[in-house]
Design a protein around this ligand. Structure first.
Ligand code: COA
Length: 435
């Protein structure tokens, strides 16, 4: 039998030794959240700072470490980040013009990766090796299998704190070029701030969800508030892009048992998980959660196979046609499309399914209405007027799918903040969209 431990020791190296192999012009791939490799990236950045590298590109999704190539423009032309989805560090770099953005539906990332890119290296954080020589990719599957297929070299950071997902992506020691041991406390997302308004929205949506439904909760405070409001439900299932802290709460309080799902009965399905430490503890060695590739999990044809599929996502602004912008403020990229459209479509195709896009009616201390006559110039449309289903604010629900324009306009004005309703009505009439 192969001595996997001997192979492990042969491949063990320092982050600086990995960085020393990187050459100018390389394309390096990383996945999202805790799958990212801080020690290797720091070492690569140090080499670039020293002037040894030019034209390196690093792809990632949802940056979860303060990578030096995103922090400021000092590494511009040496290392360029390419975000499939931006978090706070990448937002700043994209706005500053020293990082790039790849527009996508998340489910298509594996397809783009296989069709468009050849990676000189794929870097990923993993759990310790098991007795068969396998490392778990922890809480992330996402597009990692596609990057693994397309990478010339694979470098891993082995972290004792990375959970072992028994129904998740794996790498074998024989596939790995080099490994760095780096055990540290994994990053977490701060718990969402739940104020009275988000709790009201959560309760409005919870009223629309029947026992036995299958849920997807998106990223942000409002989806978390809905999670909280679902604790009194029974027999819920989970089929989601991102497995969140509130989902662990729903499982632990007994509201979720996955017993009514048509596919993957008894099992929660996600493509990655990120949030509290409780998530990592829940996933470790747990066959009740499957972490599967995003081209499967986020495929609307798969999503809709569960009856009563409910998707709940957030937005930054919505116009009176019902066009949803969830990823930019004007042309300033805030995040990405992620799986919003995939879940809107999947839920709407599911028997008994519904999709909710929910947000507080105003931003910036009540000075800006998120329901607008037209989107802010430059804003990108995430969910189109043809896909949108329910829009929700603290003032109620608007059901737009299949509705005429004038009904959409009336319903949206009715759930806008009262301070902005007259102005919205005036603008709608002026533009001839309110008859
Ligand atoms: N005009 C100006 N600023 C606005 C705004 C608007 N209409 N709406 C929000 N903002 C500001 C907020 O004030 C906040 O600013 P701050 O960071 O200075 O406080 C910032 O934009 C973020 O807004 P917030 O509502 O707090 O965002 P969130 O964390 O709840 O996330 C989305 C909301 C829409 C950005 C997030 O859900 C997203 O990225 N969605 C797209 C992907 C998706 O839905 N995926 C689904 C599967 S996971």
């Amino acid at each position: 039998m192969t001595d996997f431990k001997a192979l492990y020791n042969q491949k063990k190296m320092t982050a600086d030794e990995v960085a020393a192999q990187v050459e100018s012009g390389w394309l390096i791939g990383m996945d999202s959240a805790i799958a990212q490799t801080p020690a290797i990236m720091d070492a690569v950045c140090r080499r670039a700072e020293g002037g040894a590298l030019q034209g390196v590109r690093v792809q990632f999704l949802l940056d979860s470490y303060p990578f030096a190539f995103l922090a400021d423009d000092s590494l511009a032309a040496k290392i360029t980040g390419q975000a499939w989805f931006a978090s706070s560090g990448a937002r700043k770099a994209l706005a500053g013009g020293w990082a790039d953005y790849i527009p996508n539906y998340y489910r298509d990332c594996p397809r783009h990766i296989r069709a468009n890119y050849d990676y000189d290296a794929f870097c990923v954080s993993v759990s310790p090796m098991d007795k068969h020589g396998y490392f778990s990719l922890g809480t992330v599957s996402s597009y990692s299998p596609a990057m693994i297929d397309k990478a010339k070299r694979i470098f891993v950071e082995v972290n004792d704190n990375t959970p072992r997902a028994v129904c998740g992506a794996q790498l074998h020691i024989s596939q790995i070029t080099g490994l760095v041991e780096n055990s540290f406390e994994l990053p977490t997302l701060p718990p969402a701030k739940l104020d009275e308004t988000s709790i009201t929205i959560g309760n409005l949506i919870a009223e629309q969800i029947q026992d036995g439904s299958c849920i997807q909760l998106g990223i942000g405070a409002i989806p978390d508030a809905v999670g909280l409001a679902l604790k009194q439900k029974h027999d819920l299932g989970i089929h989601t892009e991102m497995f969140t802290s509130s989902m662990v709460d729903l499982i632990e309080c007994g509201a979720v048992n996955n017993s009514k799902k048509q596919i993957h009965r008894g099992v929660s399905v996600t493509t990655f998980a990120f949030g509290s430490k409780a998530i990592n503890d829940y996933i470790d060695d747990n066959p009740a959660i499957a972490i599967m590739p995003v081209d499967y999990v986020n495929n609307p044809e798969v999503i809709c196979q569960n009856d009563n599929m409910i998707s709940i996502n957030a937005a930054l602004e919505v116009d009176l046609f019902g066009q949803v912008c969830a990823e930019s403020i004007g042309t300033k990229i805030m995040s990405g499309s992620g799986g919003q459209v995939d879940y809107v479509r999947g839920a709407c195709q599911s028997k008994g399914g519904k999709s909710f896009i929910a947000f507080t009616s105003t931003a910036k201390g009540g000075t800006i209405s998120k329901i607008k006559p037209i989107l802010t110039p430059g804003a990108v449309v995430t969910t189109s007027k043809n896909d949108v289903d329910y829009i929700v604010t603290e003032y109620g629900l608007a059901h737009l799918r299949g509705e005429p324009l004038s009904s959409r306009v009336r319903q949206l004005i009715a759930i806008a903040h009262p301070d902005f309703r007259d102005e919205l009505r005036f603008e709608a009439k002026k533009r001839g969209i309110l008859i």
